[in-house]
Write a protein that binds this ligand. Structure first.
Ligand code: TZP
Ligand code: MG
Length: 216
């Protein structure tokens, strides 16, 4: 995969949005559309099911040079040889972890991203050695209905204060992308705006083109 700093569009295979589509088919469409990273997010699946889905997706992402990120399950990420694992505050700090390095064996290249919901959490995640940060949810979103939106104020804070790659996430659509870019975001995650689009690859391409234009 390309370096995280070069990754702009972070897309998802979220099992809540499959609507009968095979995970690996969605992964292919996301890759075709230019996603730089793909997270497998399967909140209601068993570890065994997640492992099987990850094994089906990995050849697709590998061939495309796209990084596969496993949500929540570090051991699955390691077992399948995914490029990264994404952990929430509760998965990481909530289980007593303080340093990302303590989670991976020496010489293991697995990257670890952490969700953050405000400046104090971002500072703590940076001190923990996270490889990238999630900054959100920016807007209310049905994909994570319980989460309180952090608003663009936190995006503006991240733009000034976070020196590692960070991705604005939560309720980002092609209609409000401009506002996130204006607040300083140069990398974004989008789940429903892409997976619920009529043409998944085309939706990715539209996000990617506008992200590219914002950095050039
Ligand atoms: N973490 C913060 S918001 C969110 C996650 C996983 C959901 C983002 O989904 P969507 O559909 O792009 O709002
Ligand atoms: Mg989690």
């Amino acid at each position: 995969m390309k370096p995280l700093s070069d990754c702009r569009l972070y897309a998802f295979v979220d099992t809540a949005c499959l609507r009968g589509r095979a995970p690996e088919r969605l992964a292919r469409e996301l890759c075709d559309g230019g996603a730089d990273l793909i997270q497998l997010r399967a909140k209601l699946s068993s570890p065994q099911e997640i492992l099987r889905m990850a094994q089906a997706i990995l050849p697709v992402t590998r061939q495309a040079g796209v990084g596969l990120v496993i949500n929540d399950h570090l051991s699955i990420a390691q077992e399948v040889g995914a490029e990264a694992c994404h952990l929430g505050q509760e998965d990481f700090f909530g289980t007593g972890c303080e340093q990302v390095a303590s989670l991976r064996p020496v010489s293991c290249a697995l990257r670890i991203g952490l969700s953050t919901h405000g400046p104090e959490q971002a500072k703590r995640a940076l001190a923990a050695g996270a490889d990238y940060l999630g900054i959100g949810p920016v807007y209310p979103t049905a994909t994570k209905p319980q989460a309180r939106p952090v608003t663009l104020e936190y995006v503006r804070w991240a733009a000034v204060n976070v020196a590692i790659p960070w991705f604005a996430i939560g309720g980002i659509t092609l209609d409000n992308l401009e506002a996130a870019l204006a607040a300083g975001a140069r990398r974004i995650c989008a789940v429903s705006a892409i997976l619920n689009a009529r043409d998944v690859a085309a939706a990715c391409r539209q996000f990617k083109d506008r992200l590219r234009a914002a950095v050039s």
